[in-house]
Structures are given as structure tokens and as C-alpha cells.
Write a protein of this length. Structure first.
Length: 445
């Protein structure tokens, strides 16, 4: 059987950053600890005047192609996942291919291009599409380029404003991958929900609290569905569990739920019984409300136990490091969670070859998906080559007033002229609109 998975990853962050506890919170009259302790966010990335989903996606893809020594004819498919698209017909992948064709000799004339939409889970769905295309033997030896790119902006004053971010993740999907192999088994939790949507509008309508409940409910269903094909999961099975990370506090909730589920009827539940009792069973309660209240009590106790804390620090905490510094990247978010964990494993000198990850993706609207991944022997070379720290460190800090300006620059309803904050160098930039209202790009040396 051919092994298929992620061969390489590159990211591109928006080049500006806003300090949430020190710049944003004071202007909003909020306690900085809401950000650091509550949401788990320190800074968020924003795109400069000349950046957008196309430039970030094309810049990430170019880094990836250059690093892997690829030419356009090596790529048979370009899938872009985004919920920030600006055109209902022409896909962002055509713009990105057009950018890349400015700098490579060949072209992507024979590559299949598309755009995937299902809120944040579209990035993982694009991975699936590429995986299936290769498994079906339709790829003619070529690889797929999957690009998850978003400017996650909310209406000013919306509670979601706290969780904004902007960036792209480019992934090469190929046979005999160098980074991780994807499992055939996967589980879904999917339901028609009205928690976060953009009905022909740029900024989302959000029911924040409901969106968190829906995230947890669909994630639990996806885990049960995954177990129905892959067998029961146990907390010790996975080295890391990267989740979709709208903000790290959301992942803390998902992790606790996951640990409770995975440790039920195991020696972990037995060991914890003296300290916090056994997990409540539905059959022992007269009403659903009583059962739920008992579950909440058990979870409150569970999160204080040493077993849970140790597991969380080892398996979950490394996945949220990058997110805490860039905010929500929507479709790219779960993919930076994986990268964050593997980057920390590399820094700690951990041997990861053959180890398993459990990946939990989510998109509002709503759907969760869970699959496993096996880390490949060559993982370390791949992760060492990804440039994350310098990109994050090189970002330019903006004041609150600058933030409002940059938010207006990227607001499709507004037309304002603002000087760029940084100088483009060796990258694709947005240069303005063409005759048919198309967006135009060029490569700046
Ligand atoms: P909010 O009302 O601004 O914040 O909304 P809050 O008052 O609920 O505080 C947030 C947390 O900080 C709470 O923690 C507070 O207790 C804590 P929790 O109780 O939930 O554990 N807190 C503090 N902690 C310590 N010291 C303090 C302090 N103050 C408060 N002083 C909300 C937060 C997330 C709802 C809002 O930002 C929002 O609407 N965000 C957008 C929606 C979202 O991100 N939803 C997540 C799930 S849906 C999803 O992931 C999909 C998505 O990515 C879109 C897609 O799929 O396309 C969004």
C-alpha cells in the first residue's frame, strides 16, 4: 500500500503584530489576564497593506517549492482552503498559481485547481482531497500543493476581535511523505449549526458561546466515530494531539473532554477513583441535567489531578505555542498546531519517528474530523528547515491606532490610503485592481 501524507510544510505570517494584553486589552478596558490566562493569547498577526490571502499563500508556497527543489510540473493539484475569499467564481488557487508562474520557468497549466469551503475545517478537507487523489492513482507521480490561507478578522467591537489573526500554511502532499503519513481511518461529527457564518458578508456573524459548545459536541462525536473504525483510543497512544485552535483556551476545554473520554474504563480511571471518584455513568442518573452536572463536577476535579496535568503539559501544551503568538488562522490553525508540537519536539531532542499524532480539526457550521498521523523517519530534517521563529520575531509591532487603520485597509467596504508599515523584499505583493475588478500581484525582488 502506498503511504501518503504531508511531505513538507511552510508558513507565512502576516507581517504585523498586535500585543493583546499590553496594547489591545487596556484600550478595551479589559484585564490583560483575560488574554494571557483566559484565552491563552499574547500577540496576533495582521497583514500589512500589501498582504492578503493570495500573497501569504503564494509566499508560503514559494518557500516550500524552493526548499524542496520543485518546479511547477512536479505539482498536479493546487487546492486552496480559505474562508476569506473575495470572489464567488474565480478560485484563489488560480491567483496563487499566477503569482508562482511569475517566478518559475514552467507553468501549472495541467494542474487541477480548486477552492474548498467549510469554515476552518476546509484545510483538512483539502488534505483529504489530495490524499484521495494520490491513493486513487490519478496523480501521475505528481504531488499536491494544499494552501490554507486566511485573514481572520471580525467586526470591530465583536467579542471575536480578541481572537483575530492572519497567515497561511502551505503543505506538500505526496507519496512516501517525509513528515507524517495520514491514517486511512477517520471519524466525523457533522450537523447543520448556526454558530458562525458569513452570509455574503466579509466579517462573521458569531454566537461565540454557542460556537464553543458546538465545537466540543462535534469533536466528541468525531472521536466516537473515529473509534468505531480505529478501535478505542487511550491517552498514552498519542505523542501529541493537535486540535483546531481558535484560541488556546478552547483547546484546554477540548483536551479535558478528550482525556475523560479516552481514560474511561481504563487503569487511569481506576487510579484516580480514590482521589476524585469514578466517572459519572448516565444510567445512574434520573435526569440528563443531573448527569451533566455530575460530569461538570468530575471534570473540574479531573483537571486538578497530577495525571491530567502531566498529560496536558506533555501532549497538548506544545501544540498551542505558535497559536498563542499569532491568533486564529482559521483553515491553517490545526496545521500550525501540528507544526508547533513537532517544532517543540525537535527543540527538546525528542525522538518522534514512528510516533502517533491524533489530529482534531473543526469548522463552524459545523463539522469536526479526527484522524491519526504517523511521524516519519525524516521528520527532523523537515521541521528543522521550517522558518517559524524568525518570521514571528521579524514582525513589526503596531499600536492600537495602527490596528484600526490596518483593519480598515482590509475591510472590503472601505477605501482608505495607508502607508505600508514594512518594506516588501523577495515576496509577492498586492498592487491594486485590474480592468475587471480582479486583484493584481507582482513579485518584488
Ligand atoms: P468573551 O466574552 O470576550 O470572553 O468571549 P470571556 O469573558 O468568555 O472570557 C474568555 C475566557 O477568559 C473565559 O474563560 C474567562 O473566564 C476568562 P472560560 O470561562 O471560558 O474558561 N477570563 C479570565 N481569566 C483570567 N483572568 C481574567 C479573565 N477574564 C476572563 N481577568 C469568545 C470569548 C471566545 C466567545 C469570543 O472571543 C468569540 O466570540 N470568539 C470567536 C468565536 C470563537 O473563536 N469560537 C471558538 C469555537 S468555534 C471555532 O473554533 C470556529 C472558528 O475558528 C471559525 C471557523 O470554523 O471558521 C471560530
Amino acid at each position: 500500500m502506498t503511504s501518503v501524507g504531508i511531505d513538507a510544510i511552510e508558513i507565512r505570517t502576516g507581517k504585523l503584530f498586535l500585543d493583546l494584553p499590553n496594547t489591545f486589552a487596556p484600550v478595551k478596558g479589559e484585564d490583560p489576564e483575560k488574554y494571557t490566562k483566559g484565552l491563552g493569547l499574547y500577540t496576533s498577526s495582521f497583514p500589512d497593506v500589501y498582504e492578503d490571502i493570495v500573497t501569504m499563500g503564494a509566499n508560503a508556497a514559494k518557500s516550500l517549492m524552493d526548499r524542496k527543489g520543485l518546479e511547477p510540473e512536479d505539482i498536479g493539484r493546487i487546492d486552496v482552503a480559505t474562508e476569506s475569499a473575495f470572489d464567488n467564481s474565480k478560485p484563489v488557487s488560480t491567483y496563487i498559481a499566477g503569482c508562482l508562474e511569475q517566478v518559475y520557468d514552467g507553468d501549472f497549466r495541467h494542474a487541477n485547481k480548486g477552492e474548498r469551503k467549510f469554515a476552518c475545517i476546509a484545510g483538512t478537507q483539502s488534505l483529504d482531497d489530495a490524499y484521495n487523489w494520490i491513493k486513487a492513482g490519478r496523480n501521475r507521480g505528481r504531488a499536491a500543493l494544499v494552501i490554507a490561507t486566511d485573514t481572520a478578522l471580525y467586526e470591530r467591537g465583536d467579542p471575536g476581535e480578541a481572537t483575530q489573526g492572519a497567515g497561511a500554511v502551505a503543505m506538500l502532499i505526496d507519496e512516501d511523505p517525509d513528515l507524517v503519513e495520514l491514517s486511512t481511518e477517520q471519524g466525523y461529527g457533522s450537523m447543520d449549526e448556526t454558530d458562525f457564518l458569513k452570509p455574503n458578508q466579509q466579517f462573521p456573524s458569531v454566537d461565540g458561546k454557542r460556537s464553543m459548545q458546538v465545537y466540543l459536541a462535534r469533536m466528541r462525536e468525531a472521536l466516537e466515530d473515529y473509534e468505531s473504525v480505529a478501535g478505542r483510543t487511550h491517552p498514552a497512544d498519542f505523542e501529541y494531539i493537535p486540535f483546531h485552535t481558535p484560541f488556546p483556551g478552547m483547546v484546554r476545554k477540548a483536551a479535558l473532554l478528550g482525556f475523560r473520554h479516552m481514560s474511561r474504563d481504563t487503569e487511569i480511571e481506576d487510579e484516580l477513583a480514590d482521589e476524585i471518584g469514578r466517572q459519572p455513568r448516565e444510567a445512574d442518573f434520573e435526569t440528563w441535567d443531573d448527569y451533566e452536572e455530575a460530569i461538570r463536577g468530575y471534570m473540574d476535579d479531573l483537571k486538578t489531578t497530577e495525571q491530567y496535568r502531566d498529560w496536558y503539559d506533555r501532549v497538548i501544551d506544545p501544540t498551542i505555542d505558535i497559536s498563542s503568538r499569532v491568533g486564529n488562522w482559521y483553515t491553517g490553525s490545526v496545521h500550525i498546531a501540528r507544526l508547533s508540537a513537532l517544532k517543540i519536539a525537535a527543540e527538546e531532542g525528542k525522538e518522534m519517528a514512528g510516533k502517533k499524532l491524533l489530529v482534531g480539526s473543526y469548522g463552524s457550521g459545523a463539522q469536526a474530523e479526527i484522524h491519526a498521523e504517523t511521524v516519519q523517519d525524516t521528520w527532523l530534517d523537515e521541521i528543522d528547515a521550517v522558518d517559524v521563529d524568525s518570521q514571528l520575531e521579524d514582525r513589526t509591532e503596531i499600536t492600537f491606532d495602527d490596528y484600526e487603520l490596518i483593519h480598515d485597509v482590509h475591510n472590503h467596504e472601505k477605501e482608505i490610503e495607508v502607508e505600508e508599515f514594512t518594506q516588501p523584499e523577495g515576496e509577492f505583493v498586492f498592487t491594486g485592481w485590474g480592468r475587471m475588478n480582479e486583484r493584481r500581484y507582482e513579485y518584488v525582488e
